[in-house]
Design a protein around this ligand. Structure first.
Ligand code: GTB
Length: 217
């Protein structure tokens, strides 16, 4: 079986591992599956060949022999369901881990994403400051709720799972902000994920792409 994923040829995150190939790489590393990466430019992503794999012209995609998937969450779930290491064996615990995957993308990420994307285009608007504080409050509300639930535990529900992988992937977007750092348990939770050997391998692999390009230019 050959697994090929797509990733940015030149990620705008400058090697910080924030693009969505990162959770897929991390999941593959956690379960120990080798994979190849096809790097695509923004232009490539809008070409018919890539649109046949990803109808919205985005990365990541996942090809496993004849199977083609897109949506990073669906790809991580596919990997987690087939290989041990990312979902508990017990049926109920499994459903709970999947619930955290959905919570990460559907409940925690939207306010974080909104705050992040509003920053640059709205920066010059007179109402920007007011809107920013509103968005900060929305993020803060979600983080406070998540922090309460995590409490002093290492992971969201028992052992590390795909739910933690998804949640940490979302929270990493706030690294370096007071929104995250004021919640000591959440900062420690993110750091705990980032020190996993599988995360480190995934991070290093995507960083190597940025560094190779920097050497070329
Ligand atoms: N829901 C989809 C999934 O989870 O797979 C979303 C995929 C997606 O947003 N892909 C982005 C993309 O291909 C890259 S990851 N964008 C190109 C386009 O839409 O034309 C999002 C991303 C981009 C950049 C940063 N960054 O610079 O920090 C972080 C995250």
């Amino acid at each position: 079986m050959t697994i090929t994923i797509t990733a940015f040829a030149a990620s705008p995150d400058r090697g910080r591992g924030l693009a969505r190939d990162m959770p897929v790489r991390w999941a593959l590393e956690e379960v120990g599956l080798p994979y190849e990466v096809r790097r695509v430019s923004f232009e490539d992503m809008k070409e018919p060949a890539h649109l046949a794999l990803q109808p919205f012209g985005q990365i990541p995609t996942y090809e496993e022999d004849e199977l083609v998937l897109f949506e990073s969450g669906a790809i991580v779930l596919h990997i987690a369901e087939r290989y041990p290491g990312l979902l508990p064996g017990d049926e109920k615990a499994r459903a709970q881990a999947v619930t955290w995957m959905f919570a990460a993308q559907a409940t925690v990420e939207p306010p974080i994403f909104e705050r992040e994307t509003a920053g640059i285009p709205e920066h010059d608007q007179v109402w920007h400051k007011q809107r920013l504080s509103l968005m900060d409050a929305r993020v803060e509300n979600r983080l406070a709720q998540l922090s309460d639930r995590l409490g002093g535990h290492d992971w969201l529900d028992g052992e590390f799972s795909a739910g933690d992988l998804a949640m940490i992937g979302v929270l990493r977007r706030l690294n370096g902000t007071p929104l995250l750092s004021r919640h000591l348990n959440l900062s420690a939770y993110v750091a705990r994920g980032e020190t996993r050997p599988a995360f480190k391998r995934a991070f290093a692999a995507q960083l190597a792409v940025f560094e190779a390009r920097a050497m070329d230019s």
